[in-house]
Design a protein around this ligand. Structure first.
Ligand SMILES: [Zn+2]
Length: 160
């Protein structure tokens, strides 16, 4: 039996659908996978348990639990994007937003933060890119593949 490389499958790969597949295609793919992989079904066909298919069935089941729910799916997509970014970019440092220089942009009355990169260029982050839902942002150098993680806290807008 040929050895198979162990690699973590993401939920889309488990269901064999594109990452931008519609909810309907995901449902269809899930149903097809259940018909093919359900342990009871496999046992009745072959008269024995097929552990590889059982494992695949569990993976499909987990994927479905996340992807069937549009909110969980959206959160999962963000996680995948973040993971892909982290793999791609060499994060060279964590920088506190307070340590970045603020250049006022008079047009929009917001800061553009900059931080020097060792290549001589700089990392820039607009105040508008900060999200209340997050506490850090990955910023890539304008000139090279280095990136920094900027840590920040967004103060909730006060009703002054
Ligand atoms: Zn650079």
């Amino acid at each position: 039996m040929a050895g198979t490389a162990h690699r973590t499958m993401n939920h889309y790969e488990a269901l064999d659908v594109a990452s931008d597949a519609s909810q309907e295609s995901i449902r269809t793919a899930y149903r097809a996978a259940v018909l093919r992989l359900h342990p009871d079904k496999v046992a009745s066909q072959t008269g024995q348990k097929d552990w590889q298919r059982t494992a695949e069935f569990l993976r499909v089941q987990q994927a479905w639990e996340v992807l069937k729910d549009t909110h969980r799916r959206a959160a999962y997509n963000q996680l995948l994007v973040a993971q892909a970014l982290q793999k791609e970019l060499a994060v060279s440092a964590e920088v506190d937003l307070d340590d970045m220089l603020c250049h006022d942009n008079p047009i929009v009355a917001l800061c553009t933060f900059t931080y020097p990169c060792r290549c001589g260029s700089s990392f820039t982050l607009s105040e508008a890119d900060l999200s209340e839902d997050s506490d850090s942002a990955l910023v890539q150098c304008q000139n090279c593949s280095l990136a920094i993680r900027v840590l920040y806290t967004v103060q909730p807008a006060s009703s002054a």
